[in-house]
Design a protein around this ligand. Structure first.
Ligand code: SF4
Length: 376
């Protein structure tokens, strides 16, 4: 569920959202309610038949917590008319640490939320300013405390390679983040997306990206420091205390079907991916006019779907179990990528472990450059 509202647009962000347009929240709820008419109908059938029983639900954005306690109650009331969330389901909401207060936490708990993902990014005031964030380190500490005392599982996003950031600053951040008490941490390197304020400042020479060897050292430090602190590195960017891997993301990586609603949201039935219009304004107008805002449609062949399964499978630290892969996709790994796999193994980027193929640490660090050999 994509909630496209933020108080302010961070300089590096190219997500589908509007900043400072809270006047559109009512229209967004109307459009979401209308788009949800599709629920239970199947990807190509416009009429609802059943109430969906999702095993995971993810409300992201944008900043869902920007809706406030009452807005979140409204959102979950709309969702509750279409979804009968399964018992024991994982229900995640993304939040800005500055928004987390006692009424908001109460609304999350009442709505059945089990997990909150905080856009913390850093516990260092200088790094947060460099990232153009509108919250403070104290906001993160306070938010984690409030959420955990309400029994919610907490993820915190941590960003490295901020402009001007040193390896020592990342080291301090990792130590502080590991000690926060959060059950899950997601670590990302800053990316410089076209059309963002950061990218235009970079072109003018006002902002300097961290150079590549330093960025790599920062990410390696994250793997070492978080591993030593008891976090399992279970996917390229994700680290969890034992038992707290994100079930929603694991379902994506298992290529299970999912529904998705809101501007820019992409739904998938196992073979076809349909992406909504990215612009929040266009999405609202189209959904309110005709009930859907379908943009791109990507129908994969069985082989293309199997190739995609191979890539998302290898992003996981556990890698791919060969027999399960063949049973799910209809293809063996060798049928799809024998040459690439042989060259990765020869270069020390992949290894066999029993019946599993997995990337080595070096392979994970270089993974984005490996996929061109698999995806055709
Ligand atoms: S809070 Fe998150 S979604 Fe909103 S502008 Fe910043 S990075 Fe983007």
């Amino acid at each position: 569920m994509h909630v496209p509202f933020c108080r302010h647009r961070c300089g590096y962000c190219d997500f589908s959202l509007v900043a400072g347009r809270d006047d559109l929240v009512g229209r967004y709820f109307q459009a979401l309610d209308r788009e949800l008419d599709r629920v239970g109908a199947g990807i190509d059938q416009p009429r609802p038949r059943t109430r969906l029983r999702p095993t995971t639900l993810y409300v992201g954005g944008g900043t869902p917590s920007h809706l406030g306690a009452e807005g979140l109650r409204t959102l979950f009331a709309i969702l509750g008319r279409r979804f009968a969330v399964a018992a024991g389901a994982e229900v995640t909401v993304e939040a800005n640490p500055a928004d987390v207060d006692v009424p908001l936490v109460a609304a999350l708990v009442e709505s059945g939320v089990t997990r909150v993902s905080l856009g913390g990014q850093s516990l260092d005031a200088t790094t947060l300013r460099a990232l153009d964030r509108d919250h403070t380190p104290d906001d993160v500490l306070r938010a984690v405390g409030l959420l955990r005392s309400a029994g919610l599982v907490v993820n915190v996003d941590l960003m490295v390679a901020a402009p001007g950031q040193s390896l020592e600053a990342v080291d301090r951040d990792l130590g502080a983040m590991a000690g926060l008490g959060a059950e899950h941490l997601s670590v990302y390197c800053l990316t410089w997306e076209k059309g963002t304020a950061f990218e235009s400042q970079r072109r003018r020479g006002w902002l300097q990206p961290v150079d590549e060897p330093l960025e790599r050292a920062m990410f390696e430090l994250a793997i070492d420091r978080l591993g030593a602190a008891g976090f399992e590195h279970y996917e390229v960017s994700n680290f969890a205390r034992p038992g707290f891997r994100c079930r929603h993301n694991q379902a994506y990586w298992d290529c299970q079907p999912w529904e998705a609603f809101g501007p820019g949201a992409a739904r998938f039935d196992g073979r076809t991916r349909i992406t909504n219009h990215r612009s929040p304004h266009a999405w609202m107008r189209l959904v309110l006019e005709r009930g859907d805002a379908e943009g791109d449609r990507d129908a994969m062949t069985a082989e293309e779907a199997a190739r995609e399964r191979l890539v998302v499978g290898l992003r996981r630290r556990d890698g791919i179990e060969r027999a399960a892969f063949k049973a799910a996709s209809g293809f063996s790994l060798e049928e799809l990528a024998a040459e690439a796999i042989a060259s990765w193994k020869a270069a020390g980027l992949a290894e066999e472990e029993g019946s599993r193929l997995r990337l080595t640490r070096e392979g994970l660090l270089l993974s984005d450059s490996l996929w061109a050999a698999v995806l055709r």
